[in-house]
Write a protein that binds this ligand. Structure first.
Ligand code: NAD
Length: 336
């Protein structure tokens, strides 16, 4: 059993912690929190061992939340750390992981050079095998890469033009906006998403543009892909159906929005309403000669969770790409 710890128990961290517990080849050492807030209280109720920075020991003791030790204690007990701290904080922790010679998985909010490889399970699992430091790309980039690598296996891609409608905040965030505007963010073109895709697919011709919309549920991407040869809509659909972590919203379901997708997750009793798959609108798939158009929704809070689990297996060389994806999907109830 590989000992994994989770540093930064927030939106992504709480989901990855839960996913680690469900893996047959992993054991959760504990989670790290900095403040004794409601998330720490819930973590205690869930039975997690909680580790804190030296200077937070007193505040946790005063709050009555039992701690198992300091973050350094947690790192020392681990074979590998999943770092889901806020943007830029992970890079600071890298020194500590290095000090104790521990492997680490970083998130997309870190600069690409924090790790030896940026990671997408479907695109470049093998490049990450045995790597000391791996960076799982952001939610938007994970969705772009899963889709692009899948389409590229139907017909070689010449170029990708992507428009990204980003959710303004996660549901738990109370201080973010906008609430009455669509904001070009970034206003400059290309947006950073294209550059992030290029950290994995170095030679791909991709340009992306992004706006922020006043919603918390999901992102939506509008893709225009030019292929080297003409493809049929049916070929694209059958490839999507046979690819793990991509699902189709069939036209007859009458679902046309992120609100309805999340409602389905609620009705199915999915934990936290999570949908880690890329949710592609079947009726948006349109081909014209060498061009392919499609739209899909991305659940930002959960899409990177299976990739974090696969990144742990790649780093520890626990399984092949297909085997890891199979185990992760089966344990997390994700389309295989
Ligand atoms: P978050 O703010 O929800 O969670 C971060 C957690 O880290 C919080 O619990 C915070 O208390 C804790 N923390 C802060 N400073 C710390 C420190 N010094 N030591 C230990 N813990 C500390 O953030 P998030 O949304 O989960 O984002 C985490 C990472 O995942 C970022 O790199 C982000 O870019 C990336 N990411 C986020 C999303 C998303 O939609 N939320 C999607 C994909 C990737």
């Amino acid at each position: 059993m590989i000992k994994v710890s989770l540093n930064g128990y927030g939106t992504i961290g709480k989901r990855v912690a839960n996913a680690i517990i469900l893996q047959p080849d992993m054991e959760l050492v504990g989670i790290a929190k900095t403040s004794p807030n409601y998330e720490a209280l819930v973590a205690q109720k869930l039975g997690y061992r909680i580790f804190v920075p030296e200077n937070s020991v007193k505040s946790f003791e005063e709050s009555g939340i039992k701690i198992a030790g300091t973050i350094e204690d947690m790192i020392k007990e681990s074979d590998i750390v999943v770092d889901t701290t806020p943007n830029g904080v992970g890079a600071k922790y890298k020194e500590t992981y290095q000090k104790f010679s521990k492997k680490a998985i970083f998130q997309g909010g870190e600069k690409a050079n924090v790790a030896e490889v940026s990671f997408s399970a479907l695109c470049n699992y093998d490049e990450a095998i045995n790597k000391q430091y791996i960076r799982v790309v952001s939610c938007n980039t994970t969705a772009l890469l899963r889709t692009i690598c899948t389409i590229n296996s139907v017909s070689k891609i010449e170029k990708v033009r992507a428009t990204i409608v980003r959710r303004a905040a996660d549901p738990k965030e109370v201080k973010k906006g906008p609430i009455n505007s669509l904001v070009a963010d970034p206003v400059s073109v290309p947006s950073h998403h294209a550059k992030d895709v290029n950290t994995v697919l170095k030679d791909l011709d991709i340009v992306s543009m992004a706006v922020i919309a006043p919603t918390t549920l999901m992102h939506v991407h509008l893709l225009n892909i030019t292929l080297k040869t003409a493809v049929s809509r049916e070929d694209v659909i059958s490839k999507i159906l046979e690819t793990p972590r991509l699902v189709l919203v069939r036209g007859k379901s009458e679902i046309t929005s992120t609100a309805e997708i999340i409602e389905v997750a609620r009705d199915l009793g999915k934990l936290r309403n999570d949908i880690p798959e890329v949710v592609i609108f079947e009726d948006s798939i349109y081909t014209k000669g060498n061009e392919l158009f499609l739209m899909y929704a991305v659940h930002q809070e959960s899409i990177v969770v299976p990739e974090n689990i696969d990144a742990i297996r790649a780093s520890m060389n626990l399984a092949s790409k297909n085997e890891s994806i199979r185990i992760t999907n089966a344990t997390l109830n994700i389309k295989g």
